[in-house]
Ligand binder design. Structure first.
Ligand SMILES: Cc1ncc(COP(=O)(O)O)c(C=O)c1O
Length: 383
């Protein structure tokens, strides 16, 4: 199968990820931070090593400022519901995933926050001026994705960080589509909270993710429970990562995520990006030759390896099923958990079919996909 659904979850993973997962389960089966025997200490060490690797990847000084979560959704809920207070005004964009929109809408509906959604244009591009012009006296923060999971639009986070710094706002970044693909430097970009998922371009297993909290950012945890430390305290310990990590961690998954980060470091993020950019450019170029294909996303700014399209008026679900059953090609149709992004690009009624490439895809697979799309477009045109 040609797997072009890497924006949903990357597949395959580097071999090391599978072997570290099994190795950790088999030989480091203790509970990290919950015992002084060798296996518990080994599991604790494996988790800590992944913290160190991620801190290096994101230029975070203190690895203990990263708490592990199950995914970006959990990190974003922790951030949004944990830092914003009644009366705060929050700015976000129409490119956001539901894991940003739903927690924000629920806080708005409960009367806790005011919300401004900056609308992307028809190509999925956000104007930084629109963000700055939305700032009001009670604006407390900006919650924004680094890259859209529908259009692939890359948001210049460093510039958003400059706006945030100038107006003393909290900057919460959803790095689900960028961690492992784009440079992320929390210091240079003025990021206060970074939310990431492990199973996409970081090559970790599903069920892994994390949240980085800059020193001094106050957060109320959504959950409380065992942390393996300060057991006599009535409430959750206040220091990171224990503040946001309660209950037993997914140590094998986190250790395997570390192997994913090692793979990125070893391969070089620029090389990964170059390969994926090459596939994306070839795909778009091939599609431009085919009548009836509408390609969405930015032409003026860079994009991640994500290309959403429609062919004539073929139902995206039907097209995706056809690609799977007849051509062995895996893609994702529908709304992509990003309803407002679809509204921005004009596909909220129809949806679209998303192709998302990864490091393990090949140029041959991409040219076969172009041929498949051509055949389908010709067939439907002839009908
Ligand atoms: C931009 C964006 N944010 C958040 C998420 C949520 O990630 P997860 O499902 O790992 O929580 C996704 C996943 O598709 C995404 O693309």
């Amino acid at each position: 199968m040609s797997y072009f659904d890497n924006a949903a979850t990357s597949y395959p993973k580097p071999d090391e990820v599978y072997s570290v997962l099994i190795e950790t389960m088999k030989n480091m089966g203790g509970n990290p931070g919950r015992g002084s025997h060798r296996m518990a200490l080994d599991a604790f060490r494996a988790v800590y090593e992944t913290r160190v690797k991620l801190a290096k990847l994101f230029n975070i000084d203190d690895p203990l400022k990263i708490a592990f979560t199950q995914n970006a959704t959990m990190s974003l809920n922790l951030a949004i519901k944990g830092v914003f207070k009644p009366g705060d005004h929050v700015i976000t964009t129409s490119l956001e995933h539901n894991s940003v929109l739903r927690p924000l809408f629920s806080m708005k509906d409960e009367g806790k926050i005011e919300l401004t959604i900056v609308e992307a244009d028809g190509q999925g591009v956000i104007s930084l001026d629109d963000i700055e012009e939305s700032i009001k006296e009670n604006t407390r923060g900006i919650v924004i994705t680094h890259a859209s999971n529908l259009t692939g639009t890359i948001i210049p986070i460093k510039k958003v960080g400059e706006i945030g710094k100038k107006h003393d706002l909290l900057l919460v970044v959803d790095a689900s589509q960028s961690a492992g693909v784009l440079e992320i430097d929390v210091k240079d970009m003025n990021i206060d909270i970074l939310c990431f998922t492990g199973h996409k371009s970081l090559f970790g297993p599903q069920g892994t993710g994390g949240i980085y909290l800059k020193e001094g950012v106050e957060i109320t945890p959504l959950m409380e429970g065992g942390s393996g430390s300060h057991s006599k305290l009535r409430r959750q310990p206040q220091e990171m990562p224990d503040l946001l990590e309660c209950g037993t961690l997914n140590a094998p998954g986190i250790a395997a995520l570390g192997a994913g980060v090692d793979f990125i470091m070893k391969t070089g993020m620029e090389n990964i990006r170059k390969h994926e950019d090459g596939l994306t450019e070839a795909f778009i170029k091939g599609l431009q030759e085919i009548d009836k294909v509408r390609i969405y996303g930015p032409e003026t700014v860079k994009r991640t390896p994500v290309v959403a399209l429609n062919i004539g008026d073929i139902d995206p679900a039907e097209l995706s099923a056809l690609l799977d059953e007849e051509y062995d090609i895996a893609v994702r149709p529908g709304m992509h958990c990003a309803p407002l992004a679809h509204r921005s690009i004009g596909t909220d009624e129809t949806g679209a079919v998303r192709f998302s490439f990864g490091y393990f895809n090949t140029a041959k697979e991409v040219s076969e996909a172009i041929e498949a799309i051509k055949e389908i477009a010709d067939f439907y045109e002839g009908k």
